[in-house]
Design a protein around this ligand. Structure first.
Ligand SMILES: Cc1cc2nc3c(=O)[nH]c(=O)nc-3n(C[C@H](O)[C@H](O)[C@H](O)COP(=O)(O)OP(=O)(O)OC[C@H]3O[C@@H](n4cnc5c(N)ncnc54)[C@H](O)[C@@H]3O)c2cc1C
Length: 466
């Protein structure tokens, strides 16, 4: 159905609708933290999001839990990200709080509560939000972005900001600006997508009793394999990871894969949405038939879109590589620490997961230069598309890390804005000092005073993947 023909559309005169100091594209974990940080640090800030709510994969795709904030001993993700986690727990009500107050790793997501917490915190920071708006064109002036074309129900208009933060998860702005990037592995392989969902009517006590009595792993590996062997579930992931108990009866699932999806292609996203919903139907049948505690479940909601783990990785001033991860390297320009494991999901039904943990209590640095796209002076890219190799992307991509990178991008943008300079001209020690003062953790490396605080580390009974 694709046509090779093209048309030239007439030049348009567009209204300049917004002139903030800082514009953030994308209201996922990265963009939320970036907007809050930029606004709190004094920059007039506009956050643009194509949906009608914030949260990105964590709300739109119903990713059911937050990955670990800790290195197994202490939280390494602090600052805005940790505060938002804490606020969601408190806003979710006494039952949720009692169950998860001490936990910092794999905390389930109460989606509707989280959306409201994000709204409130972004607004309280002073940032302005524009929903239902897509950024789809950049105007360039040498190495600078001079404007961003946005489209929404009000029409098309231009945002003229001093600084641009790309938190689209897909490096959309960077790609539109001509920044070089890579997608997936050497042979074009990509992590699969997952259509996550939420069910009600489960019985947690009955499920736990079953697991205890049978000695079965809570991820039900033997049952999944059995159902795959007799054709009730498709081949692929051998376990249910990401079963998140939001209450005793409401459960979020991140179960199964949809392969060969490029999240920057509308056709692939469309196919994945439909295949994902079909897969959910099979999984619900499986759960009802084989898993005690799930006999009476009812599907409440599937993701508004398929969950996407991997698309573009920009070419930045520094590319973080697996050797940096394994050697737990510290950089002079660190703006965050990462301790999440390399978690690369199988690219097709016959391949395997790639998992690599750091030792407990260990982490590596995330340098500021990974967020600086080559050839652009007033653009920064934060989140899962920063400059890294594929294994490191498989680790950096999770929401706690995205909060930390977003926070650093936001503080950097506010500094660049007030000094009237680009992202490369700010003082890195000053940026680090500000991040630490505002609660971020940059490790215990010499020269960087750690703003330590007492935070309980929650126990995890088994290792998840996401
Ligand atoms: C199935 C799955 C399970 C996962 N499980 C976990 C887990 O258990 N725990 C965890 O912490 N992480 C998990 N992750 C990873 C994590 O959810 C994502 O990597 C993370 O949310 C990325 O955050 P982000 O803000 O960079 O991007 P996103 O969450 O993708 O947010 C980007 C936002 O930008 C908006 N946007 C994009 N382009 C434009 C545009 N041009 N104009 C306007 N708006 C735009 C999007 O609508 C979206 O809201 C999982 C991911 C997947 C796919």
């Amino acid at each position: 159905m694709t046509s090779p023909a093209t048309v030239t559309i007439p030049a348009q005169q567009l209204k300049i609708s917004h002139t903030p100091d800082v514009v953030v594209i994308g209201g996922g974990a990265t963009g939320i933290a970036a907007a809050i940080a930029a606004a709190r640090n004094g920059a007039s800030t506009l956050l643009i999001e194509q949906r009608g709510y914030l949260g990105g994969m964590g709300t739109a795709a119903l990713v059911p839990a937050f990955c670990p904030y800790t290195d197994g001993e202490k939280p390494v993700i602090r600052g805005i990200g940790l505060d938002l986690l804490d606020k969601m727990k408190r806003a979710a009500g006494p039952d949720f709080l009692q169950r998860y107050e001490q936990l910092l790793d794999w905390v389930p997501i109460d989606v509707e509560t989280l959306k409201r917490v994000y709204d409130a915190e972004v607004l309280a920071s002073g940032a302005q939000v524009l929903f239902h708006t897509v950024a789809d064109q950049v105007l360039l002036d040498g190495d600078r972005i001079s404007g961003l074309v946005i489209s929404n129900k009000s029409g098309r208009s231009v945002v003229q900001a001093k600084l641009y933060i790309d938190a689209s998860g897909d490096a959309d702005l960077a790609a539109l600006s001509g920044v070089p990037f890579q997608v997936g592995g050497e042979n074009g392989e990509l992590q699969p997508g997952t259509m996550c969902y939420v069910v009600t009517g489960a019985d947690k006590n009955r499920f736990e009793q079953f697991v205890q009595e049978t000695g079965m792993h809570p991820q039900l590996e033997s049952l999944v394999t059995f159902a795959q062997q007799n054709g009730e579930l498709p081949e692929g992931r051998k376990r249910i990871s990401g079963m998140a108990w939001i209450s005793n009866s409401v459960v979020g699932f991140n179960f199964g894969h949809i392969f060969n999806i490029d999240g920057t292609k509308a056709e692939d996203l469309t196919r994945a949405a439909m295949e994902g919903r079909q897969l959910i139907e099979k999984q619900i049948r499986f759960l009802k038939k084989y898993v005690p505690g799930f006999e009476n479940i009812f599907l409440v909601h599937s993701g508004d879109q398929i969950g996407i783990r991997e698309t573009r990785r920009i070419q930045g001033d520094y590319t973080l590589v697996v050797e940096d991860f394994l050697s737990m390297r510290t950089f002079e320009d660190d703006i965050a620490r990462n301790s999440y494991f390399i978690d690369i999901h199988l690219a097709n039904a016959n391949s395997t997961m790639t998992i690599k943990h750091l030792p407990k209590g260990k982490s590596h640095g995330v340098p500021y230069r990974c967020m600086l796209p080559q050839g652009k002076s007033n653009l920064i890219v934060a989140g899962r598309s920063v400059s890294s190799d594929r294994p490191v992307q498989g680790s950096l991509r999770v929401m706690p890390n995205c909060f930390a990178m977003g926070e650093a991008a936001g503080v950097a943008a506010s500094m660049a804005s007030s000094a009237g300079v680009g992202f490369r001209e700010i003082s890195i020690p000053d940026l680090q000092r500000r991040l630490i003062t505002q609660g971020a953790y940059l490790g215990d490396n010499p020269g960087i005073a750690d703003a330590d605080r007492e935070v309980a580390v929650g126990a995890v009974s088994f290792e998840e993947e996401c």
